[in-house]
Design a protein. Sequence first.
Length: 217
Amino acid sequence: MMRKQFEEQLEQLNIMLIDLGALLETVIVLATQALKEQDTQIAKKVIAYEQDIDQKEKEIEALCIRLLYKQQPLASDLRLVSSTLKMITDMERIGDQAADIAEITTFLAGKPYIKKLVHIPLMAEAAAKMVTESIDAFVKKDLDLAKAVIKHDDVVDDLFVTVRHELMELIRVDSANCEQAMDLLMIAKYFERIADHAENLAGWVAFSITGKHIQKR
C-alpha cells in the first residue's frame, strides 16, 4: 500500500515537472516574440510569469521533501527525487533569465534594430527545444535523449559565437551601434545560459537513470 502511494506521488511529481517545463517553454517563446516584435506588453507578461515559475518550483520541492521523509524510497527512487531537486534549481534560473531578456527588451522597444535579428531567435528556438527534451527524457527515463540534449548545446554555443562576431563588427563599423549591440549581446548570452541550464537538466536526468551525472566534454 505504501509503495503504491509512493508511486502515485512520483507520477504526480512527473506531471508537475512537465507543467513547469511547459511554462518555461512558453516564457522562452514569449520572450523571443517580444524581442522580435519589440512588444513591451508581451515582455511584461514574461516578467509576470516569474512568480508562477517560483511557486511551481516551491511546490515541487515540497513534494520531493515529503517523498524523502515520509516514505522509504529505494536507491533508484532516491536518485530520481534528488535529481528533481537539482533540476528545479536550473529550471527556476531559466525562468529568471527569460525575465531578464524581457526586461532588456523593454529598453530596446521603440528604437529600430541595428540589424535584422536572425541568429538570436535561432538560439532561443534551440534552447527551448533543449529544455522541453530534457523534461521528456526525465519522464520517459530516456538516456539517449538526455545525451542528445547535452550534445545540442554545441549548436547554441556556435550561434552565440556568430552573434558576438556580428555585433562586434557593427560596433567596429560605427561606434553609435555600441549601446544596442551590447544589449543584444547580453540577450544572446542569456539564451546561451538557458541552454547551459538545459544541458545541466539533461545531466541530472542521466544521474537519475544511471547514478552518474554527465556533461558535455
